[in-house]
Design a protein around this ligand. Sequence first.
Ligand code: ACO
Length: 323
Amino acid sequence: MIRSVVRGYGAALPKRVVPNRELEGIVETSDEWIVQRTGIRQRYIAGEGETTASLGEEAARAALNRAGLTPDDIDFILVATSTPDNTFPATAVNIQKRLGMTHGFAFDMQAVCSGFVYAMATADMYIRGGMAKRVLVIGAETFSRILDWKDRTTCVLFGDGAGALVLEAAEGEGTVADRGILTAHLRSDGSHKEKLYVDGGPSTTGTVGHLRMEGREVFKHAVGMITDVIEAAFDATGTTAESLDWLVPHQANRRIIEGSAKKLGIPNEKVVVTVDLHGNTSAASIPLALSVALDDGRIKQGDLVMLEAMGGGFTWGALLIRW
Ligand code: ACO
């Protein structure tokens, strides 16, 4: 059977690093509060000329270089983002243009913080359905531009960045020993819309709006939703917490990550945590975390890796992949 195998990875961060201390001058907060409640120590904030598309392009070029490929080899670009450069056209076609690519097709996907898991699952379907052989899957965000910088309950949590993977069709045996995406499980429940949303949009206010969140409510649901969907991925593949080499979660809050791992019986040594470095970069957080763990040699070819995310909507999902 056809499997979607990772051939390359890349990441991009804005130039400006903003440590917690710097936020103490903007809102009434403290480094201690932020570290204790979230694990975040710093985040990167986009400056002039840095956009979701520019960061996405940089991550895509790095992923192509590592794969030894050029834009000519790609037939589909899928970008997960909630902070596009323009309402339309899609950031994916913006990146397609920046890469000098005039063939194939490109579009965006919007599932907020679950965007990268949704995009990987979607790319896998296009590959296994025969519509694409090589896909650039990008998670790219500039959440700093939709934050209310007067609201301390949200503005300290998020950051900007992008990450990308190149997926390629390869023959597999149909077993969990195959390299590539082994299973994906997506969920959403729109009844939670008001708990995490942006209070503007083209069809309502005609403005971009700002992120609004009932943090405590999100927290309350997060661990249960994440663990349910990871258990669905274990059940579908006959794998267990013991078979896993790495859990690479969406990076929103260290307490949510550790709470989920504990409930699943996954030791902290197997969990990749980068929320301290990047803050919550929404759809970019998983590929950014992957790139850190690939750069430092933790994740190796053949490793069994679980990706998971939960975010606005609510949306949530898990995807099991053999690297
Ligand atoms: N600095 C200092 N104090 C603060 C800050 C801040 N930045 N923000 C809030 N506080 C205060 C509150 O006002 C409150 O004060 P009070 O007790 O006098 O009313 C106190 O700190 C505690 O506030 P809580 O909201 O109860 O704090 P909590 O422990 O729940 O932590 C947090 C808040 C970090 C937001 C947590 O609820 C959380 O992580 N929730 C999940 C959020 C999340 O993961 N969101 C991303 C989802 S992904 C996506 O799709 C975007």
